[in-house]
Design a binder for this molecule. Sequence first.
Ligand code: FEO
Length: 496
Amino acid sequence: MSKEIGRREFLKAAVAGAAGIAAASALGGSAFAEEPARFEGKPKFAGIGSVRMVTDDIVYVGVSDRRIQLFENVYPIPRGVAYNSYVILDEKTVLVDTVDRSVTGQFFENLTAVLDGRDLDYLVVNHMEPDHSSAISEVLVRYPNAKVVCTKAAALILNQFFACDISDRGIFVGEGDTLNVGKHTLTFVMAPMVHWPEVMMSYDDVSGALFSADAFGSFGALNGNLFADEVDFEKDWLPDARRYYCNIVGKYGSQVQDVLAKAGGVDIRMLCPTHGPVWRENLGWILEKYSLWSSYTPEEQAVMVVYGSVYGGTESAANAVAAMISQKGIADVAVYDVSKTHVSELIGEAFRCSHIVLASITYNMGIFTPMKKFLLDLEAHNLQNRCFAFVENGSWSPVSGKLMKEIIDRLSGCSVIGPVVTILSSPDSGDSEALSELADAVVYSLQNGVEKPEEAEAAAAQWVCKICGYVYDGDELPADFKCPICGAGTDQFELK
Ligand code: FEO
């Protein structure tokens, strides 16, 4: 029979299919429930599958999404993202995690091709977040004999999200429980709050693979290459891996540390995350990154300068201080406009850099809105152990430095270098000297690991007019001083 199909025959077939689904729905049944029989042993969608062998009996059946714009409707991902899923082909068949509902077409094509007519015996759910679980309901309909292996918390959340009750087909596991499927035995490792409460990881004794849920994942679609050793990970993937970790999991450093401690006692030879490349070589490199990120230890001795500027004065000061720091011998300096750089990139950089210079205008008597959002996001992600320096700007009442410092003071293990440099509208030669002293202090701290002593002592007092916010620099107000803005006397001034 010819493989060609005419347009008329195609349309007839399509209409008949649609009518069948509509009729089934009208009868109160589910057309979808018929699919396992209709598609038994065959792909639902035409195609050849798109899979990679992880080992000789573990197959990657995940799918990359290059259409998505915002991960979790928050994070821009111009490189897309991969939803990783794995099949273990043993005496029993095991599917480890599923994919987002947006890519189920390719996913079921892959799964059906890999099972090649075999039934699915187990679905292991390491993580219930819908980017990995929204295909579960369909898996359970297609493979009605499959048992679901997960934590009790996962079953609860699965039911909450998808009205999918697995009480009659769930195998609920806890720390150290095992599942033998033939040659392979999976051991389950609980990982609560990495980064959801129901998370667990599954360790395979044959391959040494740790199916690690979101841990060790990354933004970025896979491009045929599956393994981290098939790409230049440090150059092409590390920024997105860091941005993924810090923004998605970063708040839960201590829980990640707990899992890393458990991993230390296990012979892990592969890391199989739910996003991004699989690790089979040089695992110590990515484990070290996770150790640094999760302990909030700066990844590099480096400076990030973040500015929020409206008319360019603060931007000019930020550029000047970055140039001064570089001139003093620090090569790793990066400057970011807080209004133009997505906050998730700033969070990633803050986890990388040891020193952060914040320069903000005063806006509505507060911090410039995008800068405030960044600082509150730093706090939400639990950033710790950094050195901060501040530049504030204001045309009549600069207060953003004090307010930025108040937020930073709430972060654990963070220190402030030098006094706040205050600019009035645009930096002048006096500001240049103050910025140079600030750059000196930052470089000293970078090179010596402690604050420059004289900088700590050099903080000049500032007096603030309670009427209009004007700031007077100096230890003492002259007795006859009058506010140049509103004319208030010294009794209306207070120390900042
Ligand atoms: Fe990739 Fe927490 O989901």
